[in-house]
Structures are given as structure tokens and as C-alpha cells.
Design a protein around this ligand. Structure first.
Ligand code: GAF
Length: 463
């Protein structure tokens, strides 16, 4: 489902819940990290993309005019109530700590939306390593921007969301997830230098490949404590090597200092230093559409995460082994675990025309090996957080120009159809672009009707 279709659905759910239509609808995507794992908090490089799975919030000013933000969740989780007349602190229910932390950060910057009635609906799988928490944080910050009309600088916004996760959810995460949820761009990966925070968009427009995400549907409990301990081990390694962070260490530094560090710290450092190198090589490989090389780097990343960093698990390893046994002949260039680890998802680089067969094989073999049903889907690189309704003309117009821009290389999908004024009007979204410029949408609809462009089905169609 495109974010527009999802937004329309969530707007309806809001109306069912609160008895009136929402004034604002915003969406923020989850992400899959193609390579560069556990490098962000070592000042290294990461190469994620936003995915077509979103946290969406529909909202209106609170019906009673009070100072409470109430967030209901479409899945029926316990609602969150945040009273803005008192200091905002962590509390119950736990999932509310992500929005609470973001709201506290916004209030500290003078971004005060007043009381709100909010409905949240997320299609980012929880605990799947696809950044359900970061998408929730970024979605909250985007909502507050839309309501108050005060726009945060994107880097400041990412750091505010990261701080919420550190201080309200107690997870000492890096900056990758929040950055990509904000700065994702359709059909691009984001090469992020986590030290300078400089970003480079790396286009992925070869229609012969796709990224296939497979959810193990397991999440091992130790994840949070282990994450913090990895971070501490990296800091210990950097200290022993006499560098500000592992980003600054040379490839042979851990080997040369082996006598000074225990084996675990040595292997953690070896992973991070090697992974930073692999990420830069993979970006080069993607720029050159050198898919076999990118695939090999993905496998190397997985083995290093499994053996040196020890954040994989039998279920993730099973999926990677299955992918490897399918091999390039069967359409798989490479595969690795993605995200923090201890469960969650793998990401595979695959040939587009082999996707259906690969999905079938991975699902069947995984079930045979583990007894668990995997959830497997493709996603093209999606755009970052968006105000779908109520934010003025800007974003929807920008989205439609992107769609129109994409017509020349000839990529048209279901998302693009959603930009047609008809779709939006039919679903009561006629006001999304008040006074906005619909030329790009009209051009798209014209091209579709004359056959110059083809709308897709579930998947993007490439010509
Ligand atoms: C989690 C964290 F939130 C990220 O910052 C990153 O460290 C990732 O694990 C591992 O690469 O998603």
C-alpha cells in the first residue's frame, strides 16, 4: 500500500474513532539498511533506504480544547495520554515513550501543538529491525511541525528523535534510523557519514534488481542489553587503539594491538573497521551497478556480524544460508541480516524477474528449517517523512513532481497513480494541496491515458 492509500485509510479510521475527519495526516517510513551495520555509533558510514512501510498519524485539535495529547493506536494497544501542562516524562504504556520523548524535545524548542486527538497506524513490523521506533519518533515530530507550522532543520530533527530514544526509551542507538526516515528519497539509498552527518543520495535505478526483505518473525529478548554492551566494547577498543572512535583506526590496527585487548573486543573492532570499508565499496558497486560485487560484500557483512560481532541468530543465519544456496543462478546476488540483530529481518539483493521464485523457496526452506513462517516482501526505496494532509501545498506537490520526474526513465507504479487528483478527491483529500500546482499530476495522468506511461499493479512497472 502506498503512503497515500494508507493515509486515506488512517483518515477514515480517525473519523471512526473520533467522529470527525482529521485536520492533519503525516507519514514516516521504516528503513532497511543495505550495508553498514553497527557502524553509526562508531562515526562510520551506513547505506540504508526508506521502505514502503510507514507510521502514519492522523490528528485534530483535541475536542475538549484541553492541553492533553491523546494517541490511540489502530491495533488497539493501550492509548497514550500526554499532559502538556506538566513536565513530560517517561511512563506507561511503554510504547508511548517514543512520542513522549519527541514531544518533550519539541516543547523544549518552543514547538507546542497544544492538545491533540491522534490516531496512529503503523505498517512497520514491530521488533522486525526495520525501525518501527524511529518511524514513530519521526512521525510524531513531523506531526508537531505540521500542526505548529514550525519546521525543524532535518539534522536537528533527527538528533531530537535520537535523544528521545536514548532518554525516554533507554536505547543508546546511533543516528542512522532517524536520518533515513527523514531524508529517504524515492529510488535512492542514502550514504550517510555518521561523523560529519554529510549525506549522499545513491540512485538505484537499474530495473533488473530489487531488494527483498525477509522477516524471521523472531525477536530474541537480549537485544537491548546486548546493543548497549556492543557500544561499550567499541568504545573500549577505540581507547586501547588510541583513536577517538573506530572510524579512525586502520584495518591492521586491531591485529597489531591484539596483545592489549581481549578476543571479544578484538573481534568487535575487526567487524566495525571492516564494515565501514565494505560500506564504501558497496556504494561504489551500486553506483556502477556491479551487483555481484555488492552481493559479495553483503555476505561478508553477514559473516562478520555473525562471527565477530555476534548479533545474528540461528533464524537469520538460516535465511542467509537459504539465499546463498539459491545463488546468483537462482537470482540472489547477496543477503545479510539488517538492523540491530538478534532476530528481525534479512535483506537480499535479487534479480527482479526471479523474485517470485526466490520468495517461494525462501519461505518453504525457512519453514522446513525452523518451523516458522517468514514474511517476505520487496520494497523500492521510498521517500522520507511527509505531511500528507494539512501541511500546505509543499509536500504533495513535491511528491507529484518526483513522480513526474520519474516518468522519463519510465518507472511508474501504483503509488504514482495515487497522485491523480481523482484519487485524492474521491477520498476527501481535495484539500491536500490547497492552491497547489497539480501540473505534475495532470502530466502523469495524461501520460497514463495516452499509454506513454503504464500504471503498475502491486509492484512497480518498469519499461
Ligand atoms: C539499531 C540502531 F537504532 C541503529 O542506530 C544502528 O546502530 C543499528 O541498530 C545497527 O546498525 O537499528
Amino acid at each position: 500500500m502506498s503512503y497515500l492509500e494508507l493515509a486515506v485509510q488512517v483518515a477514515r479510521e480517525f473519523a471512526e474513532t473520533y467522529g470527525r475527519p482529521p485536520r492533519w495526516v503525516v507519514a514516516a517510513p521504516g528503513r532497511v539498511n543495505v550495508i553498514g551495520e553497527h557502524t553509526d555509533y562508531n562515526d562510520g558510514f551506513v547505506l540504508p533506504m526508506a521502505i514502503e512501510r510507514y507510521a502514519v498519524m492522523a490528528a485534530d485539535k483535541s475536542a475538549d480544547g484541553g492541553d492533553v495529547i491523546q494517541i490511540r493506536d489502530a491495533s488497539g494497544a493501550e492509548p497514550v495520554l500526554i499532559d502538556l501542562s506538566a513536565p513530560v516524562k517517561p511512563g506507561a504504556p511503554k510504547w508511548g515513550n517514543y512520542p513522549r520523548g519527541v514531544i518533550a524535545g519539541c516543547l523544549a524548542r518552543g514547538i507546542n501543538p497544544g492538545g491533540l486527538d491522534v490516531l496512529l497506524h503503523s505498517t512497520v513490523p514491530l521488533g522486525g529491525g526495520l525501525s518501527s521506533s524511529a518511524s514513530l519518533e519521526v512521525c510524531t515530530a513531523t506531526l508537531l511541525e505540521a500542526v505548529t507550522g514550525k519546521k525543524l532543520d532535518p539534522v536537528e530533527k533527527a538528533l531530537l528523535c535520537q535523544k528521545a530514544e536514548h532518554e525516554f526509551a533507554g536505547v543508546p542507538c546511533g543516528i542512522m534510523d532517524q536520518f533515513i526516515s527523514i531524508m529517504g528519497r524515492e529510488n535512492h539509498l542514502l550514504l550517510l557519514d555518521c561523523r560529519s552527518r554529510k549525506t549522499e543520495l545513491v540512485p538505484v535505478n537499474d530495473p533488473s534488481v530489487q531488494l527483498l526483505i525477509a522477516n524471521t518473525n523472531v525477536k530474541h529478548e537480549l537485544a537491548n542489553g546486548e546493543y548497549a554492551s556492543r557500544r561499550a566494547q567499541c568504545e573500549a577498543a577505540a581507547k586501547i587503539l588510541g583513536v577517538p572512535s573506530l572510524r579512525d583506526a586502520t584495518a591492521d590496527a586491531p591485529e597489531n594491538a591484539k596483545g592489549k585487548m581481549d578476543d571479544v573486543v578484538f573481534r568487535r573492532a575487526r567487524h566495525v573497521i571492516g564494515e565501514i570499508e565494505r560500506t564504501l565499496h558497496a556504494a561504489e558497486g551500486i553506483r556502477a551497478s556491479n551487483w555481484p560485487t555488492v552481493g559479495q560484500l553483503m555476505y561478508a557483512s553477514h559473516y562478520s556480524l555473525r562471527d565477530d560481532y555476534e548479533v545474528s541468530c540461528t533464524e537469520l543465519d538460516a535465511l542467509v544460508e537459504i539465499a546463498e544456496s539459491i545463488g546468483i543462478k537462482g537470482g540472489v546476488y547477496g543477503c545479510r541480516m539488517t538492523g540491530g540483530g538478534f532476530g528481525g529481518c534479512t535483506v537480499a539483493l535479487v534479480k527482479r524477474d526471479a523474485v517470485a521464485e526466490i520468495k517461494k523457496r525462501m519461505a518453504a526452506d525457512y519453514k522446513k528449517k525452523t518451523g516458522i513462517d517468514a514474511t517476505i516482501f520487496v520494497s523500492r526505496p521510498a521517500g522520507g517523512a511527509t505531511v500528507v494532509k494539512g501541511g500546505g501545498a509543499g509536500l504533495i506537490t513535491q511528491a507529484s513532481s518526483n513522480a513526474a520526474g520519474r516518468l522519463n526513465p519510465g518507472v511508474v507504479g501504483r503509488n504514482d497513480l495515487a497522485f491523480s487528483g481523482n484519487f485524492l478527491k474521491r477520498d476527501g483529500f481535495g484539500v491536500v494541496a490547497p492552491g497547489g500546482d497539480h501540473d505534475a499530476e495532470n502530466a502523469l495522468v495524461d501520460q497514463i491515458s495516452t499509454g506513454a506511461a503504464k500504471p503498475g499493479g502491486e509492484e512497480t512497472v518498469c519499461r
